[in-house]
Design a protein around this ligand. Sequence first.
Ligand code: SF4
Ligand code: SF4
Length: 444
Amino acid sequence: MSITERPAAAPPSFHLLAKPTGAICNLDCTYCFFLSKDALYPGDRMRMSDETLEAYVRQLLAAHTTPEVTIAWQGGEPTLMGLDFFRRAVELVEQHRTPSQRIEHTIQTNGTLLDDEWCEFFAANRFLVGLSIDGPREMHDTYRVWKNGRGSFDDVMRAWELLQRHGVEVNVLCSLHAANADHPLEVYRFFRDEMGVRHLQFIPIIERATPDTLDLANAGWSERPGRHRMLYVQEGDLVTERSLRPEQYGEFLIGVFEEWVRHDVGEVFVHMFDVTLGAHVGLYTLCIHSPTCGNALALEHNGDLYSCDHFVEPEHLLGNIGTTQMVELVASPKQRAFGQAKADTLPRQCMECDVRFACNGGCPKDRFAVTADGEAGLNHLCPSYLSYFHHVDEPMRRMADLIRSGRFADEICEEYRARDAVTGRNDRCPCGSGRKFKACHGGT
Ligand code: SF4
Ligand code: SF4
């Protein structure tokens, strides 16, 4: 198979999450609807073959015209493939990359299988490891459980310590849900103070359901004896009891922001704050808040390429890289239309919204609410986006101005602290929680 010409619609670079074990995972996190995706491949061993691995690496490198290429592994749990699979992946990358290509290896893991050997490998090959932790023990263990129901907190803490000991760069991925989203300060201070985390990403859990599927969805997505389950697809305007309420994500982000902006700018990197600051200087770094998307795809273990990690479902299958070149699938009219629809399907409320430059309507998977005047297609999290983007507007503008004038954004911490010095300890906290300042962001 070869291509004679690069398709005109091919983007210079794109992001691809490869799932070498498909949806297979050794944990059984209650909110993880990806677990249900094994129903797409009944009877399959769900392991990426050497042939598919080689095609993936070669085609991904050839499809990029930018010097930076990210090789990203995800699952399921990718470490179930064993370390030799990833040694081979790195070897293939070195074999196929051009001298001018700079490679970033990343992997998202639950951490439970990591040991010294894995961590030595990550450190030697400069992997960026995304480690999933949902906060302090009781919050983490509510949903992040083993197949016997036992919480995985101790296992992930062990992984964190191993990774730290080997000097591996780690980004903590914290899913937000019913068990932790009402506790922004507790969650953030746990990561910052008890663990010493410096890179943090919060991921709102929204599991959709219809009146017919809600009970099944509430029961979770794992394969259990006697449990009937279904393939999760993005449909329905109901959400599970684990999912965030429309306003909850905004309250959480504001709670964290008010702490971060006083103490941690330039020290702790919270992905959403970087994304928002980027939008204030015209840079879009996250598909969810970019005007269009379509450049963040998912590759299944057998070479099937899907439009997006959140749309691994039959309707959004683009083709297989074993029979069609990846760059052709990425540039295909179907995929370009998928990405353009993010902008073209915005309801009028979004078009007229004063924070659209930063929000851009959020991810289409979450657009199942109705606007004030009855139009479909509004994001479930719109109340959160409105409150958060309004709340941070002034400090984000200030930080953008500081950066543009060649100064450091962290000067804003001092400005906040000067303001705090004249705020009464019994005054209402500026975060909007309704609590006294001393019992909220004025406390420690
Ligand atoms: S559908 Fe959502 S997650 Fe997928 S690429 Fe578009 S914005 Fe990103
Ligand atoms: S805040 Fe709400 S109305 Fe505004 S762009 Fe975002 S989703 Fe649309």
